[in-house]
Design a protein around this ligand. Structure first.
Ligand SMILES: Cc1cc2nc3c(=O)[nH]c(=O)nc-3n(C[C@H](O)[C@H](O)[C@H](O)COP(=O)(O)OP(=O)(O)OC[C@H]3O[C@@H](n4cnc5c(N)ncnc54)[C@H](O)[C@@H]3O)c2cc1C
Length: 437
């Protein structure tokens, strides 16, 4: 039997395991799953740890072509595991009463309102698991696969090297080295070091790397966006701003909380929402896409420096918080207004994001919010809050055709940015393997 190593146990690995079982690949292969987290409670990152919003959309989540029926299948899988839905005797999906779900821009009137103001509204369906349900859900998924024949889990095993050698691949762990017939790398964004090392040895793996999204987390009282939240929970829109840069909303959290995202040597902001413990504020990211051309080739470095700069200005291990009017007028915020921040006060300093973000980024954000005021009155109230910096790194886009026996899936491949797309990426790889002789 051929041996496969699957590195990482996050969303894309879950998708692969789902396909591995469904297409009975365990009759042909033995699969070793290596996860650096010490146990199941310490695996996964991002959406499988916080928030857990599941989208079905053609317009967001990644750059792969994922058929809608595959997206639906993946989302149903998580919903059933979480207990928020079940399949009845006739095979129908039945939702539980407390599920948070909705559709974006199904309401044509709303669609047109945004459209006429210059925005591109993105249609999607979504389901919200909530931070509190995620650990249980991932645990149940693991319990389902740990019983399957020829799937072996190895926790606390960080892989530090993947070296293709002809028909075999050497997988270098911190504890030992092993040889496999096939390797699937599914290490997410956190595993960027492993993928960067692989790319250094095989630059042919990179298709492109030229973007970073930079911006702020915006927070305001629920009542300003109440109607919108009720209508669609997550509103995703894009705008080509007056600077020529594309600005978009990302990760809307009604009654949610602003959080810190910790990298090795800097802090950025993010947001999430629990399914039960609610706040009275909504937060969402306003992100500006920066695309660079040669000779500059380090968008990750650019985003990291700006994040570090905002931490330095905030006195170290903190981010900057500013009121909208001060942001617009380039003045340091010294006193907050009516909006109470949901981020713990030990993580922020009142300051001026104009000292950290580039002018083009700031002008793009202001243009976006001012135009949005025409559609959502109150969005530019002077005491609404901005936290910064929020950064979304794009991983190198990987050429998965380069190695026959080594594939890179999920966010570390640069092709996905969401639970649904990452899971579907893994699932589709298993499907394509099942179709091979
Ligand atoms: C704060 C936050 C909130 C988010 N919220 C959402 C959301 O609500 N909805 C949504 O769709 N998306 C969300 N995302 C994005 C989503 O989490 C990712 O797109 C998705 O999890 C990517 O799946 P993946 O398999 O590529 O990586 P991951 O899910 O990150 O899994 C990678 C796994 O590999 C392991 N690993 C890493 N390096 C190694 C190594 N060297 N050796 C062994 N194991 C390793 C990690 O420990 C991890 O368990 C969010 C992201 C963040 C950061």
């Amino acid at each position: 039997m051929e041996k496969i190593a699957l590195i990482g146990f996050g969303a894309s690995a879950i998708g692969f395991l789902k396909g591995f079982e469904e297409f009975k690949l365990n009759d042909r292969y033995v699969l070793d799953v290596y996860e650096k987290g010490e146990d199941i409670g310490r695996t996964g990152f991002g959406g499988l740890k916080y928030d857990g919003k599941l989208f079905i959309s053609k317009g967001m989540g990644g750059d792969l072509e994922i058929p809608i029926n595959v997206q639906k299948k993946v989302v149903e899988f998580y919903l059933v595991k979480s207990g928020l839905a079940k399949i009845d005797d006739k095979g129908n999906l039945i939702f539980s009463e407390n599920i948070e779900k909705g559709a974006s821009f199904e309401n044509e009137e709303l669609y047109k309102k945004f459209y006429h103001a210059g925005f591109e509204p993105i249609r999607s369906y979504f389901f919200h698991l909530g931070t509190d349900l995620l650990t249980e859900t991932v645990q149940k998924i693991y319990e389902g696969y740990v019983r399957v024949k020829n799937i072996n889990f190895h926790f606390g095993e960080e892989i530090v090297g993947v070296i293709p050698k002809g028909k075999e691949i050497v997988v270098v762990g911190k504890k030992e080295e092993k040889i496999y017939d096939k390797v699937i790398v599914a290490v997410g964004r956190r595993g960027h070091k492993l993928v960067n090392d692989m790319v250094k040895n095989h630059p042919e793996l990179i298709l492109s790397n030229d973007k970073v999204d930079l911006g702020v987390r915006y927070e305001l009282p629920d009542h300003i966006v109440e109607d919108l939240n009720k209508e669609m929970y997550e509103f995703k829109i894009r705008l080509r701003s007056k600077t020529g840069y594309i600005v978009r909303t990302f990760c809307n959290n009604p009654s949610g909380k602003v959080t810190i995202e910790r990298y090795d040597d800097f802090l950025t902001v993010n947001g999430h929402a629990n399914s039960k413990q609610k706040t009275s504020n909504t937060n969402f990211a306003v992100l500006v896409t920066h695309s660079f051309t040669q000779p500059f080739n380090d968008p990750v470095g650019y985003g990291s420096y700006i994040s570090k700069l905002s931490n330095i200005l905030a006195g170290g291990d903190k981010v900057i918080l500013q009121c909208y009017e001060d942001f617009k007028n380039s003045k340091r915020t010294k006193k907050l207004g009516r909006v109470e921040p949901t981020l713990d006060s030990s993580y922020y300093i009142l300051g001026d994001l104009n000292l950290a973000l580039p002018r083009r980024t700031i002008e793009s954000i202001i243009d976006f919010l001012e135009r949005l005021e025409g559609v959502i009155p109150g969005i530019t109230y002077p005491d609404n809050l901005l936290y910064g910096a929020e950064v979304k790194f794009y991983t190198n886009k990987i050429n998965n055709g380069f190695f026959e026996n080594m594939k890179i899936i999920g966010d570390c491949s640069g092709w996905t940015r969401s639970i649904t797309y990452a899971t579907a990426h893994g699932y589709m790889l298993a499907k394509s393997m099942s179709e091979m002789n």
